[in-house]
Design a protein around this ligand. Sequence first.
Ligand SMILES: N[C@@H](CCC(=O)N[C@@H](CS)C(=O)NCC(=O)O)C(=O)O
Length: 202
Amino acid sequence: MKLYYSPGSCSLSPHIVAEEAGIPLQLEKVDLMAKRTETGRDFWQINPKGYVPALELDDGQLLTEGAVIVQYLADLKPELGLAPANGTLARYRLQEMLVYINSELHKSFSPLFKPDTDEATRAGLKDHLRRRFALLEGVLAKQPYLLGENFTVADAYLFTVASWARMAKVDLSDFPALGEFQKRVAERPAVRKVLQAEGLLQ
Ligand SMILES: N[C@@H](CCC(=O)N[C@@H](CS)C(=O)NCC(=O)O)C(=O)O
């Protein structure tokens, strides 16, 4: 399988999940501005959506949408518990969290990285993000990971998205449990390995 990725972007989440699961991935870096991969291919021809993450399966099919890719990877190694079993309420709880991170957090960050987003819009998005992170602060104040005691794919996604706060100038200093969560996840051996591979460690 091959993951099309861009360092530090939302593709970090499936990259972490694959490493946590011990699933070997080929990696192909994408220049998201130029829409070119590191081997010089036109990324539009690979993924008509034009964005990462995109996972090329061994039969050549392309799977997109990070919240789905991480579940696909987790289900290849169900014994690891990176996602609860399909059909259980716990699995729907995981999906509830993935959709929340995707629609309420991830997509609210995106305009903050665009130079043409005006100041009033930026202020509104930052306020929105802080309110949405506050809910997760409440969860993480009670337990080490979003679904309880064990790391799941939702944690890989939250870790990825929350790591953008500094660059986007979203102040999360009021959320100590989230800060501790970020440190806890960053110290996981698989996560360290991926951060190193993407050139994100000093
Ligand atoms: N709906 C997609 C969105 C993915 C996404 O926002 N990817 C960003 C990087 S974090 C990207 O590739 N942006 C470039 C673009 O949209 O042109 C998902 O949740 O996986």
